[in-house]
Design a protein around this ligand. Structure first.
Ligand SMILES: *[C@@H]1O[C@H](CO)[C@@H](O)[C@H](O)[C@H]1NC(C)=O
Ligand SMILES: *[C@@H]1O[C@H](CO)[C@@H](O)[C@H](O)[C@H]1NC(C)=O
Ligand SMILES: *[C@@H]1O[C@H](CO)[C@@H](O)[C@H](O)[C@H]1NC(C)=O
Length: 310
């Protein structure tokens, strides 16, 4: 969810408008559930890759990359590296599906990984905008097919398994961020760098609704779509995880003994991002190489060296 990095205050009249029109459309689309089912059922290739990558409990990890991130030495390589050096994270690579948005990214993915899904193949002639719509549709399809999703951006470094944060009964668990409103209040917002969605009727409806909004308003950022959908559907149970566990360069985790993931957010430039991600990985390696007493001591005075260039 790259769009979520730009923290903007939503425009409330726009939100109300979205909710109204989106509501009408959702109502309409739910009345046509048979045709929706057909739409979500044209998914043999997707189904196949999800089935192969799925855990026994029908969970898959999903990330989306283009060829800027999926090339030798770029973000995707460092993403893989984090799984290899994290605590209890290596196994997730067996359940990771990489969704690619251009052909070079797909070819690179195939060269390093088993489960790659080419979004442009199923939806040819897509431009960047329609591709992010396709992605929302795809997530709805995956939920509809009965998979629980762990959605992660590829610039999220996985240092510890995030599973213990994904509580049954909570529909969506997400990393969070803050912004400060006009009068100085700190407002919590979903950040979407890492997010878990249980498949159930509520989450399927949530993505159906988000899908409609995306098609109606292709220029809206993902955060606004997320919030409008949340408000309109009303019954979603959402949990925002503390930044000490799911941190990022915008709001770093302050505790390396707790941190689960760190994202190189608040950093648009890929070269700078790659540099600072390397720094994060180095720091993690140094930390894990310490004896237990050293790790305990490092904890008290800890702050990340990264970001340095972002
Ligand atoms: C989806 O398609 C498969 C075969 O392609 C069919 O067996 C199944 O019943 C369909 N499911 C729904 C919900 O329409
Ligand atoms: C590739 O993805 C990155 C990260 O999402 C984005 O910043 C960049 O603009 C994309 N490049 C192209 C050519 O779409
Ligand atoms: C990791 O440890 C090496 C060797 O002590 C040191 O040179 C390097 O600066 C450390 N890196 C980080 C990011 O802390």
């Amino acid at each position: 969810m790259q769009g979520l990095r730009k923290l903007k205050q939503p425009n409330s009249s726009l939100l109300i408008m979205l909710i109204f029109f989106g509501g009408l459309l959702l109502h309409h689309s739910l009345n046509q559930s048979a045709s929706t089912r057909t739409q979500f059922n044209k998914t043999t290739e997707l189904d196949e890759v999800l089935r192969r990558a799925s855990t026994e409990t029908r969970t898959v990890v999903l990330t989306t990359v283009n060829s800027t991130w999926a090339r030798p030495g770029s973000v995707l390589d460092l993403f893989f590296k984090s799984f290899q050096i994290g605590y209890d994270t290596r196994g997730f690579l067996n359940h990771l599906v990489i969704v690619t948005t251009d052909e070079p990214a797909f070819l690179y993915c195939k060269s390093i990984h088993r489960y790659c899904y080419d979004l442009t193949k199923e939806f040819p002639n897509s431009n960047y905008k329609t591709l992010s719509q396709r992605k929302t549709t795809l997530l709805g399809q995956a939920l509809y097919l009965g998979y629980n999703l762990i959605l992660t951006d590829a610039d999220v470094m996985w240092f510890r398994s995030p599973l213990r944060h994904f509580i049954p009964g909570i529909d969506i668990t997400t990393s969070r961020n803050y912004y400060t409103d006009g009068v100085g209040n700190r407002i919590e917002r979903a950040d979407g760098g890492i997010m878990h969605v249980w498949t159930n009727d509520r989450s399927i409806n949530f993505y159906k609704y988000a899908d409609v909004l995306r098609h109606l308003y292709p220029d809206l950022n993902e955060q606004t779509i997320f919030e409008s959908t949340l408000e309109a559907t009303g019954d979603m149970r959402v949990e925002y995880v503390d930044t000490d566990y799911f941190g990022g360069f915008c709001q770093p985790s302050k505790d390396i003994s707790k941190v689960s993931t760190m994202q190189a957010n608040c950093c648009e430039n890929t070269e700078k991002k790659v540099h600072d991600l390397r720094l994060l990985l180095d720091e993690w390696k140094n930390y894990t190489a310490l004896p237990p007493e050293g790790r305990e001591a490092a904890k008290s005075s800890f702050s990340w060296k990264a970001p340095e260039r972002c």
